[in-house]
Structures are given as structure tokens and as C-alpha cells.
Design a protein around this ligand. Structure first.
Ligand code: NOS
Length: 320
């Protein structure tokens, strides 16, 4: 009997995505059964290329890559691509050669629904980019929300400012309509927002330690991390970088590193607060019928054992 959790990583690599993918491959508690790609840090075509490239670096070309949506759920919205965070190639402007491999014939949506129905209740999706592929899976297969074990998503800014603007976090801002579909779907959802990931910092000195290691992943990451570090120095004046994606990945590996609250999340899809995630804690029974009424609840991470998360990231990425 396979004890390890089966994981599909939906990803827009991305420097912190690269860290999360390598971390996943170094985590004995889980089995990565596929990567699906999405726009966000880069366009979807480049996300697919980078996902294939990262698996080649890791020597894990046995893992399938399924290409995801090139457009938002409501199609006409302009994509917002965060190349200023990750470099124009998404991987620290390193001009890596193109990968040899190709994505599988199935789309990300088909791959997600097929794997969930093949292993009912056993697959966890770790969603590290905008939620278009997951919303499409929910809309295309009514059994998906029942078949999927859990959706752990990096997204939202719960009761804190966003990172795109004061209202919105990047992944939710990328496709707010899709995010609202996912949050209200009734699937088992755990959201890890930037209120939590901003507590998890890889410092300049952690990075120096990584640079001294001979491990394959440590060496590779030190090459691509420059751009991500300089973006953080400029944007936040932090002496280090936020470990968004690795933190969300570890929420799937070891949920006990976090505490959670449960309630209804709706996403603002229009206006100046487009992409805002609004959590209803169900403590008040409102006189009015609200847009939060009768909607399924989700789990939202509240605290994280940041020192342990950083330690696990370091240890697992150092030795490879
Ligand atoms: O300032 C930013 N703008 C856009 N995207 C960002 C920014 N900072 C980080 N990320 C990217 O978006 C996710 C977290 O919100 C992470 O995947 C990170 O790589």
C-alpha cells in the first residue's frame, strides 16, 4: 500500500516555485504524480517550458507535465505577469537551454480530473499560481470536488495588505473569478495566504549557507535566486526573501506546522478591490442575506512555525 500522499503541483515557475518543486521531490512524505502549469509569474507557455526544465535538472523526467490555461476563466481579462519578481525567463534571467521533454497530450484540467477520479480522495493539489486550472476542473467535472482529496492553495491576503496593491495578493488577483469558484466549490480547501508566508523568510545568510553546499539543488537555486533577492530588497527592504511557495507546499506535507481557522471566503471580482479575499468567521448571524450565506467553509492558515519551515527547506534543499 502506498502511504505517501499523492501530489499534483499546479505551478507558474517562478523562482519560489522552483524551490517548492525541488522541496517536494526531496520530501519522502509525498509522491509528486504530476505538474500542471499556469500563467502568473510567467506566461503559460514559459511555465510549461520551465516545469519541464526543472524536472530535467532534478532527473525526474518520469513526472508528467500537463499544460494549463493560457487565459483567465472569463477570458477577456488582461493577464498580469510578475516577471519583475522572477526575471523575464521566470528563473532569474539565466537563459537555460530549452528542455528536451514535452508536455503530455492532456490539458491540465483533464489531467486534474482524471487523476482525482483514478485515486478518489487520495490526491492533493498544491496550487501555487492563479486558480484558473482548478476552477476549470471544478466546472468541467461535477465529481472533481468529491474526488479530489484536498486543495492546498497559496493565495489571499487575510486581514493584511496584498502584494499587488493594498487589496490583492498576486495569485488571487491573477484570476479573481476562478478563485471565487474554487473558494465556494465545497472542496476540501486549505488556503495559505501572504499573512502567513510573509513570516517565512530565507535570509541572506541562509542563502550564503546554501551557496557553500555541493548539492545539485542548492547550487542551481543559488544561481537563480539573485533576481528574487534584489526584488525583495527593493520592494520590502527585507534582508531576505519570502518563501511563499515552499511554505504552501509544506502545508501539504505537514499540516501540523500551521494553525487554522475555518470560515467562508469570497473574492471581490470587480472594482478597486478586485482580488480581495474576504473571510467570514461565522460569529455573527446577519439580519441580511449575504453573499457569504450558505456557502461552504474552507480552512485558512493563521500561524506558522516559521523557524521549522525554514529549517526543513534548508535541510531538504542542501542535500541532493
Ligand atoms: O509583488 C509581487 N507581485 C506579484 N507577484 C509576487 C509579488 N511578490 C511575490 N509574488 C509571487 O506571487 C506569489 C505570492 O503572492 C508567489 O508565487 C510569488 O512568487
Amino acid at each position: 500500500m502506498e502511504k505517501r500522499k499523492k501530489i499534483i503541483i499546479d505551478t507558474d515557475p517562478g523562482i519560489d516555485d522552483a524551490m517548492a518543486i525541488f522541496l517536494a521531490l526531496q520530501s519522502p512524505e509525498i509522491e509528486v504524480i504530476g505538474l500542471t502549469t499556469i500563467y502568473g509569474n510567467v506566461y503559460t507557455t514559459l511555465a510549461t517550458r520551465n516545469a519541464l526544465h526543472l524536472l530535467e535538472i532534478a532527473g525526474r523526467t518520469d513526472i508528467p507535465v500537463a499544460e494549463g490555461s493560457h487565459v483567465t476563466l472569463t477570458v477577456c481579462t488582461k493577464l498580469r505577469i510578475a516577471d519583475f519578481v522572477h526575471g523575464t525567463d521566470g528563473l532569474g534571467n539565466q537563459n537555460f537551454p530549452p528542455p528536451k521533454g514535452k508536455p503530455i497530450e492532456h490539458s491540465a484540467t483533464d489531467f486534474l480530473t482524471q487523476q482525482a477520479s483514478r485515486y478518489p480522495g487520495k490526491v492533493t493539489v498544491v496550487a501555487l499560481g492563479p486558480l484558473t486550472n482548478i476552477a476549470l476542473a471544478i466546472q468541467s467535472d461535477p465529481a472533481f470536488i468529491k474526488n479530489i482529496g484536498q486543495i492546498v492553495l497559496l493565495g489571499g491576503a487575510f486581514a493584511v495588505n496584498g502584494n499587488v496593491n493594498p487589496a490583492a495578493e498576486a495569485n488571487i488577483f491573477g484570476d479573481p473569478d476562478a478563485a471565487d469558484v474554487v473558494f465556494t466549490s465545497g472542496a476540501d480547501i486549505l488556503a495559505v495566504g501572504i499573512n502567513v508566508t510573509h513570516q517565512v523568510i530565507l535570509t541572506d545568510s541562509d542563502r550564503d549557507k546554501l551557496a557553500e553546499m555541493n548539492g545539485n539543488f542548492a547550487k542551481y537555486l543559488c544561481k537563480i535566486l539573485d533576481v528574487y533577492f534584489s526584488y525583495h530588497h527593493d520592494a520590502y527592504s527585507t534582508k531576505g526573501v519570502y518563501l511563499h511557495d515552499p511554505t504552501a507546499l509544506l502545508a501539504a506535507v505537514d499540516p501540523s506546522l500551521f494553525t487554522y481557522t475555518e470560515g467562508v471566503v469570497r473574492v471581490q471580482t470587480i472594482g478597486i478591490t478586485r482580488g480581495l479575499t474576504l473571510f467570514y468567521n461565522r460569529q455573527k448571524r446577519f439580519e441580511e442575506v449575504t453573499e457569504w450565506n450558505d456557502k461552504p467553509t474552507v480552512k485558512v492558515a493563521v500561524t506558522v512555525d516559521a523557524p521549522t519551515v525554514v529549517k526543513m527547506v534548508m535541510e531538504r534543499l542542501m542535500h541532493s
